[in-house]
Write a protein that binds this ligand. Structure first.
Ligand code: NAG
Ligand code: NAG
Ligand code: NAG
Ligand code: NAG
Ligand code: NAG
Ligand code: NAG
Ligand code: NAG
Ligand code: NAG
Ligand code: NAG
Ligand code: NAG
Ligand code: NAG
Length: 543
């Protein structure tokens, strides 16, 4: 048995996605019209896609726990049977990201990159969105909307808000843990990464294939590494995810901010509105601005948010900051905070979420993450200390530390679940791991570690700022991806790609870098496909 293929990056973080997750694919297709089955019975759906629902056991150890149904969609291959190369399963990260939304948003672009021999397959991991049971623990839309932090507050409450912030966040975590345990029923313990890895094997087998081909972004690499660990041979190491300690994920975050400062200085006033005559001056101006808006965490959240997709946002961020310094907050507000305010439903009698309920990224995020991790029993004082330690690693330490705090109230942990270590002496096909040199939430050290945990795999570095390679489109990377999926060829160890666009594109029109470009076939226009994927990624995960 078992495994082949590709990974992008290490862990995901960030409640950055919460509000807009799942808005892409919801209107066009009623999943209830599909009868779940142990076979793939495809029905047309969305535009040019096919959908099906696959029955899997909730508990792979016992039929008594009942079944789950996994929502699956594919952008079908066009090739003849003899040229068919099988399904490529996608995972957009999160955890809790909808693979259905992801595939519908850019399955066609992925097909452009990989060629038409593959079925491009999105699925909602168990517990997520259109897969049932869908994790839910709120009694109504209103209760849910009141509980979920406003989108500009990635960490809520901010630890910088007051000395009581950790304690308040801890209290929230206890309440959330109780709600989840009491209201999400007996199924919650089965919503874990190891079970989703087993589901991926079921999906692959339902396609009549033996080996998984996989494209995973961010948390998607945890899922992929877990799969590769469970199904082939054996052992090595990856602690952060399974120990609820994401502190080390902030290693390169401050470097990302420095790239903003240095890039702005290099670009000059024409191309960077927040320009000042030295990098040090830009840093000082930024600090002054942050200090002056201390009571309002929006700028800090915005900075963090824009580090995710620097290539699209640095220039806009510079304009927003420059206007903010002049007392005009509207530029930064409109550029980064677009979620509509919550409105109460007309039917005030409603006591349950509307059916079908599927925009559950928030619930799925904590369910999968905290179900996977060790039980966190830290006291408030210990968590406070944890927060301060994280702040030593990065100025954005709170964005990483809050994960452990939120898992500290979680009560559900399935006995016998996989908790690492991740790695395998031998996979049936070497993995391709891609890491950005400056990734604000999944530092390249993690990608390096993953590559080492699977001997024979290769780390392809992308010399870019941003969260995962999809946020810094690179025809070079896409050329290697195609070669890998189609021919099984890995890049040479030590290969470094560059992104297609600079951080601060020049207003004089020369916005494309050429070094490192590797359009294997210029007719494919991999740069264009890459930009489309990056844009869709941001729409889905608000990265
Ligand atoms: C779960 O699915 C299997 C396979 O279709 C079926 O045999 C079994 O009866 C189902 N279990 C329940 C509780 O519905
Ligand atoms: C299949 O062909 C259609 C029509 O030519 C095209 O739009 C689509 O992208 C192709 N699908 C794949 C997977 O290449
Ligand atoms: C706020 O953040 C700054 C920068 O990381 C840190 O120095 C400071 O101690 C924090 N304040 C509180 C109350 O945590
Ligand atoms: C969390 O990870 C950081 C960095 O890897 C480490 O320094 C720290 O000791 C860990 N904390 C706990 C509570 O495990
Ligand atoms: C603030 O900036 C926006 C552009 O982002 C502009 O439309 C608006 O007029 C400015 N407001 C003031 C008071 O200058
Ligand atoms: C709420 O329920 C009551 C009693 O069933 C009904 O009379 C009323 O019309 C309902 N309100 C709405 C907004 O549907
Ligand atoms: C946390 O508490 C639970 C229940 O008391 C215990 O089983 C578990 O081992 C503890 N976890 C740690 C990391 O101490
Ligand atoms: C990966 O690890 C190796 C060996 O520890 C080191 O030489 C290399 O610089 C690392 N690469 C990156 C991109 O971190
Ligand atoms: C795959 O290998 C064949 C034969 O060596 C070559 O012609 C083709 O260009 C390769 N395709 C890719 C995408 O690398
Ligand atoms: C754009 O920049 C590249 C690399 O710096 C340079 O080779 C090229 O001549 C420039 N093109 C124009 C139109 O300025
Ligand atoms: C690729 O797409 C871009 C953007 O649509 C376009 O400007 C460029 O001309 C295209 N290149 C090729 C080779 O088709």
């Amino acid at each position: 048995m078992v495994f082949s293929k590709q990974y992008t990056k290490f862990l995901a973080l960030g409640a950055v996605w919460i509000s807009t997750m799942g808005v892409l694919a919801d209107s066009d297709f009623n999943w209830d019209t599909l009868l779940p089955s142990t076979k793939l019975n495809w029905k047309p759906c969305y535009s040019g896609f096919e959908c099906t629902r696959l029955i899997v056991p909730l508990d792979y150890g016992s039929a008594a726990a009942g079944n789950a149904s996994i929502a699956i969609t594919r952008y079908p291959s066009n090739s003849s049977k003899s040229d068919y190369l099988g399904p490529v399963l996608l995972n957009p990260g999160g955890p809790g990201g909808s693979g259905i939304d992801y595939a519908v948003a850019f399955g066609a672009e992925i097909a452009t990159i990989l060629g038409d021999g593959f079925d491009i397959v999105g699925f909602d991991p168990r517990g997520v969105s259109y897969s049932t049971p869908t994790v839910s623990w709120f009694k109504s839309d209103a209760e849910r909307a009141l509980w979920i932090p406003p989108t500009q507050d990635i960490v809520y409450p901010s630890v910088n808000e007051s000395v009581y912030a950790v304690a308040r966040q801890w209290a929230r975590a206890q309440v959330q843990g109780l709600f989840a345990e009491e209201r999400a029923g007996g199924y919650l313990q089965y919503i874990t990464t190891d079970n989703t890895a087993r589901d991926m094997l079921r999906i692959t087998e339902a396609f009549g294939q033996e080996k998984l081909q996989y494209w995973g972004i961010s948390y998607g690499s945890v899922l992929g590494s877990t799969f590769a660990t469970i199904f082939p041979v054996s052992v090595l190491d990856m602690e952060a995810w399974y120990s609820a300690n994401l502190t080390a994920q902030g290693l390169d975050t401050d470097k990302g901010l420095q790239m903003f400062v240095d890039g702005c200085f290099a670009a000059g006033l024409d191309d960077c509105a927040f320009y000042a005559p030295s990098s040090a001056q830009i840093t000082a101006n930024l600090q002054t601005l942050l200090d002056s808006t201390k009571t309002n965490p929006v700028p800090v959240n915005t900075l963090f948010d824009s580090l995710y997709s620097a290539s699209s946002f640095f220039q806009v961020l510079a304009e927003g900051l420059a206007d903010l310094a002049k007392g005009n907050a509207s530029t930064i507000y409109t550029a980064f905070i677009e979620a509509p305010p919550f409105e109460c439903a007309a039917d005030s009698n409603s006591t349950s979420p509307p059916i079908p309920f599927h925009e559950n990224a928030f619930e799925a995020y904590f369910s999968i993450g905290c179900n996977d991790a060790v039980a966190v029993n830290d006291t408030v004082q210990e968590l406070q200390k944890f927060y301060f330690e994280a702040q030593k690693v990065s100025n954005f330490g709170e964005f990483f530390a809050y994960w452990r705090v939120m898992c500290s109230g979680w009560k559900v942990h399935r006995e016998g679940r996989f908790t690492g270590p991740v790695g395998a002496a031998k996979t049936s096909f070497p993995l391709l791991v891609i890491g950005n040199t400056v990734d604000p939430v999944t530092p390249i050290a993690g990608a390096n570690k993953t590559a080492k945990a699977f001997p024979g795999s290769v780390l392809l570095a992308l010399d870019a700022v941003g969260h995962t390679s999809v946020n810094a489109p690179s025809a070079c990377v896409h050329g290697y991806l195609r070669q890998y999926f189609v021919n099984g060829t890995l890049p040479e160890a030590g290969t470094v790609c560059t992104p297609d666009s600079p951080l601060f594109p020049s207003s004089t029109g020369n916005s494309t870098t050429t070094s490192g470009r590797r359009d294997l076939d210029p007719r494919l226009n991999l740069s264009k496909a890459g930009r489309a994927i990056g844009a869709a990624q941001r729409r889905i995960t608000r990265n």
